[in-house]
Ligand binder design. Sequence first.
Ligand SMILES: Nc1ncnc2c1ncn2[C@@H]1O[C@H](COP(=O)(O)OP(=O)(O)O)[C@@H](O)[C@H]1O
Ligand SMILES: O=P(O)(O)OC[C@H](O)CO
Length: 494
Amino acid sequence: MKKYILALDQGTTSSRAILFNREGNIIGTSQSEFTQIYPKSGWVEHDAMEIWGTQSGAARQVLDTIGIKTNEIAAIGITNQRETTIIWDRYTGRPIYNAIVWQCRRTADICEELIEKGWQEIITKKTGLIIDAYFSATKIKWILDNVKDARVKAERGDLCFGTVDSWLIWNLTRGKVHVTDYSNASRTMLYNINELKWDEEILAELDIPISMLPEVKPSSHIYGYTDPETFDGVQIPISGDAGDQHAALFGQGCFEPGMAKNTYGTGCFMLMNTGEKPVKSNNGLITTIAWGINNKVEYALEGSIFNAGSSIQWLRDELKLIYDAAQSEYYANLVEDTNGVYMVPAFTGLGAPYWDMYARGAILGLTRGSKREHIVRATLESIAYQVKDVLQAMEEDSGIKLKDLNVDGGASANNFLMKFQADILGVPVNRPKVLETTALGAAYLAGLAVGFWNDQGEISNKSSIETTFIDCMDEEKREKLYAGWLNAVKKAME
Ligand SMILES: Nc1ncnc2c1ncn2[C@@H]1O[C@H](COP(=O)(O)OP(=O)(O)O)[C@@H](O)[C@H]1O
Ligand SMILES: O=P(O)(O)OC[C@H](O)CO
């Protein structure tokens, strides 16, 4: 009998392969960081071949390390950094340009032009999104306009576009399958989330041929099988596909409207399930497809924060204030407060609820007494403040006051951050036993499609809380600290 589901979690900073058993427990993990390419200020790229290499390598390694045979795997689930744009040649399978990463700001001027031409309202109505360089659409246009012969080839039907999930499925099946799922399609700014189809009017405006787009499928569905040469002659069904934040929502068991989660990775993303109807935001959030399953599509409201864990990497790699991410907790705890220092990590602009493509990072309130500890602490606190900005918007839009917040993702391992988060929000924060809820969500989606698990009822019982961080800051202090943050953001935007 097949005993395991293999989840491939292709994140912004690393490719992970995680093996789950029927109880939803982790049996093995393998992880490989890959190169971040910054060709110019505000530009971010990845090498698409390195993405595939590290991801397939991680899959191979997790099986070898724990000695599991490929024929024991019931299915593969894929989850991925969203919006990141890859265009490859249909015949050679080679990318024609580096992957343009979701954080990349190079297409801000294309976005400006669209806004000036009056497209904001139309785009929001059709796609649920706010015009921003974050989404795939303008990245595709940039590649077609800037890479030699790209447009001619695209018009001839020689090129494929995909978000990272499409790229992985294409490679796993050796070029037989070119698909994506509803959740990933809804991040392109080309997909009509009401009519569930690629939007020809937006495609025409951006001059993107529809022939290069993948077929859009449910998030739990057999898309194809691994090519025998990839996995020891075994054909494993690839049967789960969702953007990482959607997979985390699923992995946290947020199946009912009003249920929400917040993931702390490179960025930070809060999603609330809004059920079978898209809810429009009046407070700077976006509307997205949560997933497609059981012949229906469900929607979510999302607050996207562009820089969270990335700011901790910046402390480590650029400022060299810490050796590793976990050490940030140690330094933050050495001081009582930030001594008036605020850090705004707008390295690649600001996402929800501000949507400012041109804001840049800032450290404010420095004095002669400011120390490493204060800057490290201010950086961790900035993550929590950004989450407060988004939570307030979400409560306004949904009319639901959250009683507590379910969290996950790499940086949620930081106890200082989680405690400060609870304090600054004024609600308890629940951290689950399995922090890898993104991979778990992809595993669930894959397992449901092949009957490894029977239904969502069976899996919603599996998630359990490891720690609840209780809020105990008094209201006056909370308001004072938050007012300082809002002032710092204003200055970063100026
Ligand atoms: N203990 C920690 N404290 C603060 N940040 C952390 C900690 N551990 C990891 N991180 C941050 O979390 C991010 C990695 O989380 P992960 O969920 O793997 O992100 P991604 O999927 O975006 O690659 C990194 O940006 C890292 O700096
Ligand atoms: O790589 P992560 O986990 O920060 O997620 C990136 C998001 O999917 C971008 O929208």
